[in-house]
Design a protein around this ligand. Structure first.
Ligand code: PLP
Length: 356
């Protein structure tokens, strides 16, 4: 039976990338080391690092105006690292469209004042908020491009006259995106860029001058710019996988434009199936629905356990909703096959006919 992995992250890898990873780690007859067993300062890893930066920059459309950093610590570390570096003596502003935006805000507030300039919390995060009045001496406006738990996505970055900072964790490389227009962007790799451990950050170089002196060196972005992201030992295997994923996007999937169209069409099919059902529902306003993460709810929460059991038995995995929200969620990342989405749609119809 074929298994279909809808996990929100760590999420499935493209089959081709799994194959490459297996080959890369397979024991060699003569004992020569794998990519995970060589120095990150040696020529073999240096070539990998160079190609990875080149490919990521091309996919993101980033030029010299931005530094591209390959870090660790996930998006959660960026929630604090960003304000620690760029909000000193200025007030950061936050747009809140779900769980992760709230977490980013809470971390910023541990370091100093931060203002909410728009939030859709009052109506249960069913839409993206409008941008209200920005503070004077605004450090940046932070938003979460795609709220992975609530399934709320900004179609485009907000239009404002201050630097934009975006958590793009769960939509990174799912479509062409104006990364070069953002002052700051970050994403963990464990959704669309491979395996956990690696966090991609892009930062407009002119902002580096705002970083206060005296920070721990690890937590000063300049240390990472100056060391080509090798201030300390990088997560070498995550870099390897990220490079294979970048190659796969270009060579097997025809690039981000083709992926984006495919991703949009199949998300629309799933939302249509949910909307046309009298049993399943998704509360998010149509214009703000996420293309990557589709939360959905049965007529009664009592169905969740039974549904998950039946789904697992049918090979549909990773559909449990986040504990903060309950219900169910299907994550439709790049590596998921179209036939997995079709199988889910059929399964939802079947379940409704049997138990609805
Ligand atoms: N932000 C978003 C939008 C996420 O989806 C996630 C994880 O799912 C996080 C932040 C937290 O990421 P990490 O576990 O890499 O810190």
């Amino acid at each position: 039976m074929k298994r279909h992995n809808f996990s929100a992250g760590p999420a499935m890898l493209p089959v081709e990338v799994r194959q490459r990873l297996a080959e890369a780690l397979a024991p060699s007859a003569d004992g020569s080391p794998s990519i995970a067993e060589v120095s990150h300062r040696g020529p073999r890893f240096a070539a990998l690092a160079e190609e990875l930066e080149h490919r990521l920059r091309a996919l993101m459309g980033l030029g010299d105006s931005h530094a591209l950093l390959l870090l660790q610590g996930g998006a959660n570390l960026q929630f604090a690292w960003l304000p620690m570096n760029l909000a000193v003596g200025r007030t950061p502003a936050y747009l809140i469209s779900g769980h992760w935006g709230l977490k980013a805000l809470a971390e910023a507030r541990r370091l100093g004042p931060a203002e909410v300039v728009g939030s859709s919390e009052r109506d249960g995060f069913r839409d993206v908020p409008e941008v209200g009045h920005l503070p004077e001496h605004c450090a940046y406006l932070h938003y979460t491009g795609n709220e992975t738990i609530h399934g709320v996505q900004f179609e485009q970055p907000p239009t404002v006259a201050v630097p934009l900072a975006a958590d793009l964790s769960s939509e990174f490389l799912s479509r062409p995106y104006p990364y070069a227009d953002l002052a700051f962007a970050y994403a963990g790799a464990q959704k669309n860029l491979g395996i956990a451990g690696l966090t991609v950050v892009s930062i407009r170089r002119d902002l580096l001058a705002r970083i206060p002196d005296g920070l721990p060196r690890y937590l000063d972005y300049r240390s990472w710019v100056e060391s080509d992201s090798m201030y300390n030992t990088p997560v070498t295997l995550s870099w390897y996988v990220a490079l294979e994923v970048c190659r796969w996007i270009e060579e097997s999937r025809g690039g981000l434009t083709a992926l984006a169209e495919r991703n949009r069409l199949r998300a629309e099919r799933l939302y249509r199936c949910i909307d046309e059902s009298g049993f399943w529902s998704n509360p998010v306003a149509p214009q703000a629905r996420s293309v990557m993460n589709v939360p959905f709810f049965p007529a009664s929460e009592d169905h969740v356990g039974r549904f998950l059991e039946a789904a697992e038995a049918a090979g549909l995995m990773g559909l449990k909703g986040h504990r903060a929200l309950g219900g169910l969620r299907a994550s439709l990342y790049n590596a998921l096959d179209d036939d997995s989405v079709e199988t889910l749609i059929d399964f939802l119809g079947d379940y409704e006919r049997r138990f609805g």
